[in-house]
Write a protein that binds this ligand. Structure first.
Ligand SMILES: Cc1cc2nc3c(=O)[nH]c(=O)nc-3n(C[C@H](O)[C@H](O)[C@H](O)COP(=O)(O)O)c2cc1C
Length: 553
């Protein structure tokens, strides 16, 4: 995609200003409330009162497809037909509740998609034509995770739908995401915008993986512009509840081969704003503190753009071992964050290499095939407990074209050595051999989970160059990429019989210093830890949905 027109040198200042201001530092955390105001705790569930609710089926996981199959060309499942059951499955495997937890009088829901602080700022939408068993007319629906249902926000007249979808292959439908930033800001203050965008990335990854389980392809439609998206999802409708900031639109294609992506007509998108929108959104908190995030998000809205992102070529996957007897949907629905790591569990280096290999955007590789830009994130790895690998700091270069820039920027690297036994095509380098457990803990806001796992990750994004090339609206996309990697790492850990946790609390510049990064060519956007979890036995786990509803086994 070409640069947006606003080419003045200071067009990026709001982004750089926000990014600097929201760094956690040893001396001071980013501006936040400093305590939890329970009286204004946001409702985690948005509902549109008065909108018709269509119940979806709860389809319990079976053995097929295998987890590894969706990542392996030739083993991916055949495309399922689009109907009530498969749409139900798509949401059940991506944005639905996965369990309820309780202790004492407290009870809270967990979801398939991870979220910082379990606050879930991300809302999901379905935009579809007639679907067997679901609807006879094209419609826009808001997904209600507590009910596992679709709230019909608007129906299209056939003429507008045909104008909107001219040239779109039959069976294609759309999935939208929006964010209610207040949900995160309530707890995390100014830094919360970052977490909202991580969470949008987790949801995007979850949708892409769930769709792949049905043999469907998802692609980000990243040229319609935020205004058009707001009109399509109905988030431009004015009300006195918390506003939703539209994030992104995926096109979901029930076919093995991806045709050229549709170009949605700007005029038809704008006409959606005048649909007969149904339902009143609930207010999530009685009052709010304004951390300036909504205004910041508004400055990052994407103009309608033309052209294409720069193309890129990644070599094919380095290893495609035989699929393990691990069921995709069991991994998806059992995914949990570790609240503590045991400080003992080790993994084989083959397991480590397999996980890293999965994070590469090889041609057609789920879930990265959903993103249209070339990989911008690299993984700095603090290896603690991996068999046959010395402890130390490693780097996975997710875009080999960036190797020289990284070598110039990371001035603390002692060497760039491929670890012995590392697959030839895995761009992994050992930079420093050392016990990095203390560093991992300290940098991740003193959290033991970062030092007690098998390895910790810091996701390092190309920063100045892509922002200058594309414009401020690319800032959230860097976090989406981080969130997609995170959602995948969660599943990779489950599939390997261990656990993981996203870490949004870290001291940004401390990591930069460890690497010897002295400028903004790269910035640390997200941390992760992977290891053997210690279970919290104080909590009771309850099913996500009770069996008085339609549970299909
Ligand atoms: C963007 C992001 C940042 C997170 N940061 C932290 C963190 O700093 N420390 C932590 O213990 N957990 C962190 N988590 C884990 C969440 O608390 C966890 O996902 C949430 O409680 C929901 O639980 P679940 O993942 O088991 O569904 C983070 C998760 C995400 C997605």
């Amino acid at each position: 995609m070409k640069q947006d027109n606003a080419s003045s040198p200071d067009r990026l200042q709001p982004v750089f200003g926000y990014h600097e201001a929201t760094k956690h530092r040893f001396e001071a955390f980013a501006r936040g409330p400093g305590y939890l105001d329970w009286a204004t705790q946001p409702d985690p569930f948005r509902r549109y009162a008065g909108a018709r609710l269509i119940a979806l089926a709860c389809i319990e996981p079976a053995d097929d497809p295998r987890y590894d199959a969706i990542f392996t060309p030739g083993l991916q499942p055949a495309a399922a037909p689009v109907n009530l059951r498969t749409i139900s499955q798509l949401f059940y495997d991506s944005l639905a509740l996965s369990a309820w937890k309780s202790t004492g009088a407290s009870r809270w829901a967990l979801r398939v998609n991870a979220s910082s602080g379990n606050l879930h700022p991300t809302e999901g939408y379905l935009v579809c034509g007639p679907v067997k068993g679901l609807c006879e007319r094209p419609m826009v629906c808001h997904y209600a995770p507590r009910e596992h249902g679709l709230e019909v926000r608007a129906e299209f007249d056939p003429d507008l739908w045909n104008r909107l979808c001219a040239g779109v292959p039959a069976g294609t439908f759309f999935l939208g995401l929006s964010s209610i930033c207040w949900r995160e800001a309530w707890k995390y203050g100014e830094r919360a915008y970052r977490y909202c965008m991580h969470d949008a990335g987790h949801a995007l990854g979850a949708l892409s993986i769930a769709a792949a389980g049905l043999g469907w392809q998802t692609r980000l439609l990243d040229d319609i512009g935020t205004e058009g998206l707001a009109a399509l999802l109905g988030t431009s409708q004015v009300h006195d509840a918390e506003q939703e900031e539209p994030d992104l639109l995926l096109v979901c294609m029930p076919m093995a081969r991806v045709p050229p992506l549709p170009a949605l007509s700007a005029a038809a998108l704008q006409a959606c704003a005048a649909l007969a929108w149904q339902g009143q959104p609930n207010r999530l908190s009685p009052s709010h503190v304004d951390w300036g995030i909504e205004a910041f998000a508004a400055r990052l809205r994407q103009p309608r753009t033309a052209g294409a992102y720069e193309t890129f070529a990644m070599p094919p996957r380095s290893c495609s071992p035989l699929p393990r007897a691990v069921a995709l949907r069991r991994m998806i629905r059992q995914r949990r964050s570790a609240v503590a790591m045991d400080g003992e569990t080790r993994i084989a280096c083959e397991t480590f290499y397999r996980m890293l290999d999965r994070t590469l955007a090889a041609p057609g590789a789920v879930p990265f095939s959903t993103l249209p830009w070339k990989s911008q994130l690299h993984l700095a790895l603090l290896v603690h407990r991996v068999d046959d690998l010395p402890r130390g700091l490693y780097l996975l270069v997710r875009d080999p074209a960036q190797l020289e820039t990284l070598q110039a920027a990371l001035t603390r690297a002692e060497h760039w050595r491929k670890p012995p036994g590392c697959p030839e095509t895995l761009p992994l380098y050992c930079l420093i051999e050392a016990d990095a457990r203390n560093a991992a803990r300290e940098i991740s806001c003193q959290q033991d989970i970062a030092s007690d796992g098998c390895f910790a990750v810091a996701m390092l994004a190309g920063f100045d160059a892509p922002l200058e090339r594309y414009g401020p609206w690319f800032y959230p996309r860097l976090y989406w990429e981080a969130g997609v990697i995170g959602q995948l790492l969660y599943l990779e850990a489950e599939a390997a019989g261990i656990r993981s946790t996203g870490i949004g609390c870290f001291f940004d510049d401390a990591l930069h210093e460890l690497l010897g990064l002295q400028d903004r060519r790269f910035q640390d956007l997200y941390h992760f830890t992977v290891g053997g979890a210690v279970e919290d036995k104080r909590l009771t786990t309850l099913p996500a949905y009770t069996h008085d509803r339609d549970v299909v086994v």
